[in-house]
Write a protein that binds this ligand. Structure first.
Ligand code: NDP
Ligand code: MG
Length: 389
């Protein structure tokens, strides 16, 4: 029986993880649940899964959650530090990091410091501070198992292989809802349209990142740190069907891929149960139905976010941290129709030019770079035509 701390339990990944738990009552038990503001769902989840503790990081929601769970033997905490404390408890075996954005860094680092097994969905943690997180994980003997489908695929392809035989990894990108579109079309697209991903249903932030291809840029950086790769070993190809979740090319020219239905429950259950595989009766890939698996190069010119992210990866230091912070700010603004789709890239680029470069950042530098980048990006958002209305 594995005892889980599910951070971000009210989100897209969090709720799917709880479906995996429900389907496997003999394997998993919920020890901790956390959410930020969605107190209603957190309370409902707490009543159903009866964890030892819940953390609602937004302090304004604490009283409501505390009162609702008063009659149950469930501890209720609030604040970012409380979350960092509970993930270190002896009663926690696996921490599922499914908080969105930089906000997931602190609790992930705490879990890594305590040598916990991490099932990591929160890619921004590795984008911001991948070098530091992976170094700490090695020191503390904390295994980080990816939940992101591409990285889960690469992880599965690498099982039983010598890391020295990797020539490169090839991340597949569905291309998102605007595959094949050009800037003259993208200039007018709104959040409601960008949120409609053809293959996956996900949280709002990652859905926009998928539409701009920033998601694939973040995933390149995530792959670099997870698998200890050089920049030139991380490649991307568009594969609109999302059946091949990613590939590894070895030094003898062999290519391994992992395939499956586009269903996040698969990588979630893989990460939670690793090294075991849990049988299930989810829909299978039908190769007679999916007779066409196609590939094409990415359009870096139109989807500039991917080019900018790749540049940040090559630059290193605090550049990916700044990229991530600026992206979080502009995506938030785009979701509120305060900036245009193409404007997001301009603002990220300008933020990256504005924040001073730090070649070898420490944790404090990442925190400061994140704050500074958010301030610059917020200024650029304010100046947008759309923000004026
Ligand atoms: P959602 O927006 O659906 O959920 C985010 C979760 O994080 C919610 O539980 C939310 O709580 C919580 N949260 C938000 N802000 C904070 C904060 N400041 N402090 C603490 N908790 C917070 O996101 P997803 O589930 O889509 O994504 C989660 C992570 O997984 C992201 O990093 C994403 O990139 C990654 N991922 C997601 C995939 C997907 O299919 N969804 C696929 C691959 C990776 P509340 O509900 O209360 O606001
Ligand atoms: Mg992914």
């Amino acid at each position: 029986m594995k005892r889980l701390a599910i951070l971000g339990s009210t989100g897209s990944i969090g709720t799917q993880a709880l479906e995996v738990v429900t389907a496997n009552p003999g394997l998993f038990q919920v020890e901790v649940l956390s959410a930020h503001s969605n107190s209603t769902l957190l309370i409902e989840q707490a009543k159903k899964f009866k964890p030892n503790a819940v953390v609602v990081t937004n302090e304004a929601k604490y009283r409501e959650v505390k009162d609702a769970l008063l009659m149950l033997p469930i501890k209720v905490f609030t604040g970012e530090q409380a979350l960092a404390d509970v993930v270190q408890w002896d009663t926690v075996d696996i921490v599922l990091g499914a908080i969105v954005g930089f906000a997931g860094l602190h609790s992930t680092l705490a879990a890594v410091s305590a040598g916990k097994r991490i099932a990591l969905a929160n890619k921004e943690t590795l984008v911001v501070a991948g070098e530091l997180v992976m170094k700490l994980a090695a020191e503390k003997n904390s295994a980080i198992i990816p939940v992101d489908s591409e990285h889960s695929a690469i992880f599965q392809c690498l099982t039983g292989e010598d890391a020295n035989t990797i020539e490169k990894v090839i991340l597949t990108a569905s291309g998102g809802p605007f595959l094949g579109r050009k800037p003259n079309y993208l200039v007018n697209v709104k959040a409601s349209h960008a949120l409609q991903h053809p293959n996956w249903t996900m949280g709002a932030k990652i859905s926009i990142d998928s539409a701009t291809l920033m998601n694939k840029g973040l995933e390149m950086i995530e792959a670099k740190w997870l698998f200890d790769l050089r920049n030139e070993q991380v490649d991307v190809v568009v594969h609109p069907q999302s059946v091949i979740h990613s590939m590894v090319q070895f030094t003898d020219g062999s290519v391994k891929s992992q395939m499956g239905q586009p269903d996040m429950k698969l990588p979630i259950q893989y990460a939670l149960a690793y090294p075991k595989r849990i049988p299930n009766n989810y829909k299978r890939v039908d190769f007679k139905e999916n007779s066409k698996l196609t590939f094409e190069p990415v359009d870096y010119k139109t989807f500039r976010n991917l080019a900018i992210a790749k540049e940040a990866m090559i630059r290193g230091g605090n550049a990916p941290c700044v990229l991530n912070a600026a992206n979080e700010v502009v995506v938030h603004a785009f979701l509120q129709n305060k900036v245009g789709f193409l404007e997001m890239s301009d603002m990220i680029e300008k933020t990256m030019e504005s924040v001073s470069f730090i070649e070898h950042p420490e944790l404090e530098d990442y925190r400061n770079s994140d704050t500074e980048a958010r301030e610059y990006a917020a200024e650029f958002v304010k100046k947008s035509q759309l923000s004026m209305y």
